[in-house]
Design a protein around this ligand. Structure first.
Ligand code: SAH
Length: 298
């Protein structure tokens, strides 16, 4: 079945684009792309493209809200660029193909290689290759929040001496990219969950291609029956804040929560929520406007 999607393209600056990213996802965008990553050129200006299921949104109302957001950022002293907003209907195929045109193999950290299925790549000796197709799900590896998680997981992996028995959860797996990363890094007890069916379908296929033995289901943290030594959640700040108590319940003593997808200005809110729930903050890492926070359950 091919669904139709509404593409909303917003011409703005990279700074405002990143702030909009979060807003668009909260509004239900199933995918958000920043043109800047496409061309690989660093420029102050970009086009943000957000994709919504055709039947889920009142598009005029949404465009109005985006326009108000742009004005708000502009009034706060940020450069919103031209602020032009254009919408059109696209079918799933053209969306998928739009991705393919500018999604090329790239490296994260020391040895992690993110490779789209349709690209050719000759692996080097130490490479850990994630060979996958994100499809309509979030998680191409290009977003700073995913990048931060992958880099940190690679860095931390050698510190886990008993990876066979370490129980790990990828909370909000999207395309499955972080669960596959964990598997390549040697973890063997991995669960991946997502509330979104499109993500479940995409990650299921990607786990099959990568021959990963990952326990996958559709649901949220409270649906998990087990407790974990490590939970990775590349979710939005608000979502992490809301589930702080549940995270505490689902993590073993001394276990780690890696929280990503947090826009810098929300860093303190997320930190307070997790500390109030009983965690200690052990590390933070920044990339562009995003921060990754690492907590330990005391
Ligand atoms: N892990 C991937 C995708 C992150 S996007 C990466 O790092 O690139 C966040 C994902 O979390 C989305 O697929 C979204 O559907 C899912 N999600 C959002 N809220 C959730 C919740 N409360 N419980 C589980 N998954 C959630």
């Amino acid at each position: 079945m091919t669904n139709n999607w509404i593409e909303i393209a917003i011409s703005t600056t990279v700074v405002v684009g990143e702030l909009l990213y979060e807003f668009l996802e909260t509004e239900g965008a199933k995918g958000v792309i920043m043109g800047e990553w496409a061309s690989g050129k660093k420029s102050e200006y970009t086009v943000v493209k957000a994709y919504f299921l055709e039947d889920t949104k009142n598009i005029d109302e949404l465009i109005g809200k985006i326009s108000q957001k742009l004005d708000f950022y502009s009034e706060s002293g940020l450069n919103k660029g031209s602020g032009e907003i254009v919408s059109k209907v696209v079918n799933e195929d053209s969306w998928a193909n739009a991705w393919k045109a500018y999604f090329k193999t790239f490296k994260i950290g020391k040895n992690l290689i993110v490779k789209p299925l349709w690209d050719k790549y000759k692996p080097k000796k130490k490479d850990l290759v994630i060979d996958f197709d994100p499809g309509m799900a979030f998680g191409s590896g290009a977003h700073p929040s995913t990048h931060l998680c992958m880099e940190k997981l690679e860095e931390m992996a050698s510190g886990y001496t008993d990876k066979k028995n370490c129980n790990v959860l990828d909370l909000g797996t999207g395309s499955g990219i972080l669960a596959i990363t964990l598997s390549l890094l040697g973890f063997e007890k991995i669960t991946a969950i997502d509330i979104d069916l499109v993500s479940i379908r995409a990650s299921e296929e990607n786990f099959r291609i990568n021959k990963n033995n990952i326990n996958l289901f559709q649901g949220e943290l409270k649906d998990c029956k087990e407790t974990y030594d490590l939970i990775v959640g590349n979710l939005l700040a608000e979502i992490i804040e809301n589930i702080a108590g549940e995270l505490y319940k689902k993590i073993n003593k001394g276990g780690i929560f890696m929280g990503s997808g947090i826009i810098r200005r929300k860093e303190d809110d997320v930190t307070s929520a997790l500390i109030n729930a009983g965690f200690e903050l052990i590390e933070k890492k920044y990339m562009e406007n995003w921060v990754l926070l690492l907590f330990r359950k005391i």
